[in-house]
Ligand binder design. Sequence first.
Ligand SMILES: Nc1ncnc2c1ncn2[C@@H]1O[C@H](COP(=O)(O)OP(=O)(O)OP(=O)(O)O)[C@@H](O)[C@H]1O
Ligand SMILES: Cc1ncc(CO)c(N)n1
Length: 346
Amino acid sequence: MRDFDNWAASARNQHGQLSGLAGTSAAGGQYAIQLPQDVEPPAGREPEAAYAGIREPIAYSAELTGWPPRVLTIAGSDSGGGAGIQADLKTCQELGVFGMSAITAVTSQNSRGVHAVYPMQEEAVLSQIDAVLGDIGAHAVKTGMLYSSDIVKSVASKLDAYGIRKLVVDPVLVAKDGSPLFRRDAVNALRDELLPRALVATPNLPEACELLGMEESAIRSVSDMMEAANMLLRFGPKYVLLKGGHLEDEAFRGLAIDVLAGGDRLAGTEPLTLSGPRIATRHTHGTGCSTAAAIAAYLARGFEMEHAARAAKCFVAAAIARAVPLGGGIGSLWHAAHREPAHGLQ
Ligand SMILES: Nc1ncnc2c1ncn2[C@@H]1O[C@H](COP(=O)(O)OP(=O)(O)OP(=O)(O)O)[C@@H](O)[C@H]1O
Ligand SMILES: Cc1ncc(CO)c(N)n1
């Protein structure tokens, strides 16, 4: 449990007391989870100014004011309610952020898999973005399932037009059951058009391999993850959060490890590992979408990247621990779990 101890210690140093909960992980080790509400706003801010970071408008809108923080998610709809737009909006609401959406595709999906994908016309996607950013404005934007290279390219230039700086790109390619959520031509467009504009890209391991042109299971260890995260930085995002939900590294059994690379503070240093207990459940539908949405929500509230990534991991860990086993396949996260005094982890 050495790595998790480091994580817990660093969380303690950064935020003071770790007043979350303690328990025993799937591998039998001791752990504590830090509750998201224990996360303080960045140092130097008064308690009532927890949202201070959003006072400077970062997306063009004549009417953009500071409160409430707003996030636009540009993603696919999941009829089953666990991933995509539905996960993003639930996450935003739970984290005190006003969520808005531009739907790129409607999927007929449930816990067992994806039955059908109905992509929206490019024009319809752009019109939703214009409606939101031209009037309400957003402090951060998150992209998820964009489906085709046409949608990727036109979304990228639309975000340029609005001067979006806090852009979280979740390069969604496949659903948990392996069903494709993209047309093959979208991969190059994601890499060449969207990643260079991202403040942070949040691929999972198969998505990282696809973007890097590597064979699907090429990333097998935490050191492979570090190398891959650094390689992904070359495509232009300021940060890469490589999510390790799919990692099968015997040396880190019992832990769920992500790697954060990039940014000024991390430049020239090894990427950071963010690790927590691996919760023994198969009900993890929507973990990736919820992680990226939580990062966008915390960024909209003015958190720095490392702080946002750590807080998002805590929020998602609680939601996994209380996942709802609905349907006959892979159940979904319970986004309200972070409000409960104990997340069912004990
Ligand atoms: N069983 C688990 N226990 C604890 N944390 C987990 C578990 N599975 C995934 N995570 C964490 O959840 C976050 C999302 O990672 P993951 O790699 O599962 O994303 P994803 O594959 O994109 O998810 P999805 O495709 O379902 O949206 C990461 O922070 C990861 O470490
Ligand atoms: C719509 C949608 N977006 C993303 C994912 C990835 O989990 C999914 N399953 N469905």
